[in-house]
Design a protein around this ligand. Structure first.
Ligand SMILES: *[C@@H]1O[C@H](CO)[C@@H](O)[C@H](O)[C@H]1NC(C)=O
Ligand SMILES: *[C@@H]1O[C@H](CO)[C@@H](O)[C@H](O)[C@H]1NC(C)=O
Ligand SMILES: *[C@@H]1O[C@H](CO)[C@@H](O)[C@H](O)[C@H]1NC(C)=O
Length: 439
């Protein structure tokens, strides 16, 4: 079986079905730089020890806990966070065919993955999956050797301010696995949920589209270093349907954490490395890093085709899923003053960010086809409300953006100002339409 590029028409439903059976889940496969207007630029880079889809292999994704879907399997302290071949960073981890991407401090980059049915088929077979299709955590570290790093060293441990756990890395972003636009081609067997068709007609204009996790390379990244990004997809079974996002607890049956709890943990990980270069480096090609010129501004152009661009919302909001480790709520769970959600240390959902949010709280398996209301709701994920973290952010971490929004549909109009410490420029993410308002 030869699998060609994800956008190829050759990737038919039949192929996908086969593929799903053999290696059904997701992993970060490639990455690109994002220009200040949101356009993808330059060539693709790849993940560490990339697995060539054209070569047969038993292992594409990496599941934790490793013993599959057996109920009651728990995350233990000793589970390596990545598959063995992705542990060390070696010369052979990248190749001419699958190179490491070069980025500049402050660049945005998109990490691509295929949803493999977890979005467009919406798991009719397992309605107890979270509505956001699980949460993706993006952690950054300069400790490139992950051979001895365990899942619990990192997940729900490293924090946005870099002080969590062993302090060797930090949480850079949280994303809904469903990025609001990715989809598979409409299968020959039909599209009962209607998500593929709706997104093709109303959102992407493409037969299929890969999903993306966008993040910003830290502005204080040092040229010469390699930034290692850990991509962690938390995709558990919940105790009931209709839960917006999985709680920030990965232990099965932790019913003390509230009404919604994980019954079967299911986590997938991958690693993407970036060579940090000087913001004006020739190797970046024509488009240099945002700090190469003074006062460079990000002005997202929402009118370009979805396959050529990043996601405006992701560029504006590093933490789309509000987790305590990013300063939302309070990590001191003992205080009686805290809200129950904060005391439980749970991730909370900003409904406005979750595609198909109309399914949140639905206790029964939703009937397909989804109603137009539910599908239309996907276009409403643009009312950006980003509550500010309650704990301070470190100077080395760019302050979480403070988006403002105007009512509207599609790629809503908003702008964000990130004031960078020290001598750096002020980076602004702005929709073209708001330019006249200034910042
Ligand atoms: C966005 O900027 C890049 C880099 O300057 C340029 O190549 C691209 O054409 C621009 N895209 C749009 C839609 O203007
Ligand atoms: C977790 O909950 C499920 C469903 O209620 C149950 O079948 C399973 O035995 C429990 N596992 C543990 C480890 O308690
Ligand atoms: C989407 O937003 C529009 C305009 O704000 C609103 O009228 C409509 O009810 C919303 N639809 C859903 C499904 O939330």
């Amino acid at each position: 079986m030869r699998l060609t590029s994800p956008k190829s028409g050759l990737l038919t439903a039949a192929f996908l079905a086969l593929f799903e059976t053999a290696k059904g889940h997701s992993w970060p496969e490639s990455t690109r730089r994002i220009a200040t207007n949101g356009t993808f630029i330059g060539n693709e880079g790849f993940d560490r020890a990339h697995i060539d889809r054209e070569k047969p292999t038993e292992q594409f994704d990496y599941l934790l806990p490793p013993n599959g879907r057996a109920t009651g399997k728990l995350i233990t302290w000793d589970l390596p966070i990545v598959r063995a071949s992705q542990g060390p960073l070696m010369d052979s981890s990248y190749s001419e065919k699958f190179p490491m991407l070069k980025v500049a401090p402050g660049d945005y980059a998109a990490i691509f993955y295929l949803e493999n049915g977890h979005v467009t088929r919406a798991d009719g077979a397992n309605p107890n999956k979270p509505i956001n299709r699980g949460t993706i955590y993006l952690y950054g570290t300069y400790e490139n050797d992950l051979s001895k790093t365990t899942l619990t060293d990192v997940l729900h441990t490293w924090t946005a301010d870099g002080k969590g756990g062993n302090g060797k890395g930090r949480l850079l972003a949280t994303r809904n696995y469903d990025d609001g636009q990715c989809h598979e081609p409409i299968p020959v067997t039909g599209d009962p949920e209607g998500i593929s068709k709706f997104r093709k007609d109303e959102i992407t204009n493409s037969e299929s589209l890969r999903c993306q996790s966008d993040f910003q390379v830290p502005l204080d990244a040092k040229p010469g270093k390699v930034l290692t990004i850990l991509w962690v997809w938390d995709w558990p079974d919940m105790n009931k349907p209709g839960v917006a996002v999985p709680p920030a607890s990965f232990h099965a049956n932790s019913s003390e954490f509230g009404d919604h709890f994980v019954t079967v943990p299911e986590i997938y990980t991958g690693v993407v490395d970036y060579q940090i270069v000087d913001p004006c480096d020739d190797s970046l090609g024509e488009v240099k890093g945002p700090t190469c010129t003074k006062n460079s501004k990000f002005k997202f152009d929402p009118k370009q085709p979805a396959e050529n661009r990043a996601i405006q919302r992701q560029m504006a909001q590093p933490f789309m899923v509000k987790v305590p480790q990013a300063g939302f709520g309070d990590q001191d769970r003992s205080s009686a003053k805290l809200s129950p959600a904060a005391r439980e240390g749970r991730a909370s959902a900003d409904k406005a960010n979750i595609p198909l949010a109309a399914l949140i709280g639905k206790e029964t398996k939703p009937p397909v086809p989804f109603s137009m209301d539910i599908l239309e709701g996907q276009k409403n994920v643009t009312d950006i409300v980003a509550p500010q973290p309650t704990t301070g952010t470190e100077t080395s971490t760019p302050a979480p953006p403070k988006p403002t929004s105007e009512p509207g549909r599609g790629d809503g109009v908003f702008y964000v100002t990130v004031t960078v410490p020290k001598s750096f420029v002020t980076v602004t993410v702005a929709a073209t339409a708001t330019v006249s308002q200034g910042v």
